[in-house]
Design a protein around this ligand. Structure first.
Ligand code: 48F
Length: 259
């Protein structure tokens, strides 16, 4: 019969706490912190990691995919424009052609985005919320984030956060642009987060990609966070813009970090 070692429970604890703690120390400093493991954040993370940048993704929830999992009003499909076909292929995500669109399964879409980001070398940690940024004012710029366990955030307990330094922070937090919102409130940025407008899908998709990029030194917007910052329309369960935005922000950050 299968025989397990005795005094097993304490060893489980040591295995988890020791390995996790080693990684927290390792990721106290990184090249890029991506906040949010939705479509734009996972795409950005994969391409950043492939460029050799030490990339950490922090996700509030205990799951991947952000708005992907709900498909369109819980129908388990998402729509992607042909312009993003190469990215779908790059991630090995299968699709069917439906009139003007490519249609993918929401479960496959989020699973493969996450798997490829991890395989490329990005570290994803769940259950962690970014509640603030680190900044320096000469020159003005963001140098990392303040983090808290999501469980503590939800509990309302007064617990001070910890800090992670990074050369760049990507706000991929979706409709509320949470990181840029807090930064705009607390440090003198030239942007304010006004929120998105009502649905106008094709314009939203195009403009989100066009306006993806730097907010201030060290802080970047991708995905729906771009719509929140630039008052762009929403677009519903169509994801080409999210993929293209994630890829574009990775290219911009990589270029800036070379300087
Ligand atoms: O909302 P989300 O999917 O953002 P996205 O990448 O994609 C938007 C689409 O899903 C869809 C759409 C267009 O197709 O309209 O809504 O722009 O993913 C954002 C992720 O960030 C996490 C959140 O739990 C979600 O998984 N998140 C949000 N705020 C924080 C956070 C925070 N402060 N700290 C950590 N994670």
């Amino acid at each position: 019969p299968l025989k397990f070692t005795e005094v097993m429970e304490a060893e489980i604890t040591k295995a988890i706490v020791e390995t996790a703690s080693e990684e927290w120390v390792e990721y106290a400093e990184s090249d890029v912190i991506v906040v949010g493991a939705g479509p734009s954040g996972l795409t950005a993370a994969r391409y950043l990691a492939e460029k050799g940048l030490k990339t950490l993704v922090l996700e509030r929830r205990l799951s991947f995919g952000g708005g992907i999992g709900g498909g369109g009003m819980l129908f388990h499909k998402v729509v992607v424009e042909r312009e993003a076909k190469d990215i779908l292929d790059d991630f090995g995500i299968r699709y069917t052609e439906h009139r003007n669109f490519l249609v993918a399964d929401s479960a496959e879409f989020m699973a493969k985005l996450a798997a490829k980001a991890i395989d490329a070398g990005a570290k994803i940690i769940h259950g962690v919320s970014v509640e603030d940024v680190i900044f320096r004012d000469d020159p003005l710029g963001v140098r990392g984030v303040c983090i808290q366990w999501s469980a503590v955030e939800i509990s309302g307990l007064h617990v001070d956060p910890l800090f992670l330094r990074s050369r760049a922070v990507v706000d991929a937090t979706g409709h509320d642009a949470e990181v840029i919102s807090v930064a705009a409130r607390k440090i003198p940025l030239e942007v304010s987060v006004v929120g998105e407008r009502s649905a106008y899908s094709e314009v939203a998709e195009r403009e989100i990609v066009e306006k993806t990029g730097k907010i201030v030194k060290g802080l970047y917007a991708a995905g729906m966070a771009v719509a929140a910052v630039h008052n762009l329309p929403r677009m519903g369960p169509i994801f080409g813009g999210m993929l293209l935005s994630g890829k574009k922000v990775a290219e911009i950050v990589a270029e800036d970090l070379k300087l």
